[in-house]
Write a protein that binds this ligand. Sequence first.
Ligand SMILES: C[C@](O)(CO)[C@H](O)COP(=O)(O)OP(=O)(O)OC[C@H]1O[C@@H](n2ccc(N)nc2=O)[C@H](O)[C@@H]1O
Ligand SMILES: Nc1ncnc2c1ncn2[C@@H]1O[C@H](COP(=O)(O)OP(=O)(O)OP(=O)(O)O)[C@@H](O)[C@H]1O
Length: 267
Amino acid sequence: MIVFPNAKINIGLNITERRPDGYHNLETVFYPVKVYDVLEAIEADELSFEASGLGIPGDWHTNLCVKAYHLLKKDFDLPPIAIHLHKHIPIGAGLGGGSADAGFFIKLMNEKFRLNLTTDQMIDYARMLGADCAFFIESKPVFAFDKGDEFEPINLDLSAYKLALVMPDVHISTSEAYRGVKPMQVDDSLYEQVKMPLNNWKTHIRNDFERHIFLDHPVIRGVKAELYEQGAIYASMSGSGASVFGIFETTPDLERLQQFGQLFYNV
Ligand SMILES: C[C@](O)(CO)[C@H](O)COP(=O)(O)OP(=O)(O)OC[C@H]1O[C@@H](n2ccc(N)nc2=O)[C@H](O)[C@@H]1O
Ligand SMILES: Nc1ncnc2c1ncn2[C@@H]1O[C@H](COP(=O)(O)OP(=O)(O)OP(=O)(O)O)[C@@H](O)[C@H]1O
């Protein structure tokens, strides 16, 4: 069976407090985008993992798909499988690529081996693998809070706009990004802010990682500035970076944007 895990962007990201478990409480809006990996699992004589496409750092035993397999195997009598992952979603991008693979892997296992898991049960398994993973079980626009793994559905449809996503040649580790952040409570919840007309987002909706990541990597600030220069209604770094997206009403200069990194357009 083959599935196509998609990436996400974060529209707004307020990091409100450090938790006793070392994680942070936050609020964000997750929005799915049309950038995909390809993930296949077939029954085999022994468990194996093979990857193609972009290089994935780390040993295959630490891959989130393999971790998800072992997690489910604790509770279900799963046969050995051969996993193949074709990696296309940039890594260290704030696009949740690894988390998407984990979430989609759980859905794949549920369907292939008829585990009869409900959506909520799959979300519970996913959040054991990483904060972002839970979103990918449904992969629909949501307001997320707590560790980023509790959700409130929202009505947000950006399909009338053009989305440009630029990945500069910088890769950011998520835990390192969190270490540089000073949590701060918010006066106005993102849940309300995101209901405002898009023209107001620029002055109200922020990503708390930007301040220190832009200081360490001015090139990322440059990408955001260029997206606004090209007429974006709203532009922001996604998650902990390094990718930056712009929402447009008219087509930006794509050739120029490509000079800033890998470009995904109309995603
Ligand atoms: C930056 C975001 O992508 C925004 O959506 C997520 O918050 C990151 O989620 P993720 O990559 O799934 O994160 P995990 O794999 O669970 O955790 C990686 C590291 O990020 C930090 N982390 C993550 C989520 C969170 N709410 N607080 C944190 O402090 C922790 O140091 C943790 O060790
Ligand atoms: N299937 C996978 N795909 C990519 N990375 C994986 C995967 N499984 C484990 N990893 C590990 O996760 C790390 C980063 O993953 P990912 O691409 O999700 O980060 P990111 O782009 O910062 O996303 P985010 O912070 O939004 O979750 C990689 O360095 C790699 O070691």
